[in-house]
Design a protein around this ligand. Structure first.
Ligand SMILES: NC(=O)N[C@@H](O)C(=O)O
Ligand code: NI
Length: 166
């Protein structure tokens, strides 16, 4: 079984899996008579497939026992799924490339800062949201609509990977 070492999240490294949501590098616009700044169009929301619509939710994540075991992966074939933390604590995004099944040789863990979010592209294999705090709320924007938008693959316990303790 592999030990995944969290790597820093960068736009380049995360490119195959979706978008990094962050102020750094964003197109910005002064708005509201100069009393606010807009960081514009940070992620490609893709939710219209099959008559879907965008919804905004809040997930309250709680820390999983260490070492965190990657015993399954999931994906949402009909829509993207964006997460942005509401508290400034690091968290983790675990992803893998692949089509009908994830390619476990490409399994990667990214350490995400508390001022960064991610937007998983439609069909991107990922592990459910992982906080490193005792509890952490996330704004989540994803797809509501007809069709099966959750595919999960479970692995034999202890067979894939754990995440190195921080
Ligand atoms: N169940 C649910 O909506 N959560 C997952 O999709 C996730 O990525 O956390
Ligand atoms: Ni998901």
């Amino acid at each position: 079984m592999r030990t995944l070492r969290p790597e820093p999240l960068t736009k380049a490294a995360f490119g195959p899996f979706g978008d990094v949501i962050e102020i750094d590098g964003a197109e910005t616009r002064a708005i509201n008579q100069g009393f606010a700044r807009r960081f514009h169009d940070l992620a490609a929301l893709d939710v219209a497939t099959g008559g879907g619509r965008a919804i905004l939710s809040i997930f309250r994540a709680t820390r999983r026992p260490s070492p965190i075991a990657i015993d399954m992966l999931e994906r949402h074939p009909l829509g993207s799924q964006a997460f942005f933390p509401l508290s400034p604590h690091d968290w983790l995004a675990v992803v893998a490339e692949g089509g009908r099944a994830p390619d476990l040789a490409t399994l990667r863990c990214f350490r995400v800062r508390g001022d960064q979010g991610v937007n998983y592209a439609a069909g991107a294999w990922h592990f459910p949201v992982l906080t490193l705090a005792e509890t952490q709320d996330f704004v989540v924007v994803d797809r509501e609509g007809p069709g099966a938008n959750l595919e999960e693959i479970a692995f034999a316990p202890g067979s894939v990977a754990t995440i190195a303790a921080d």
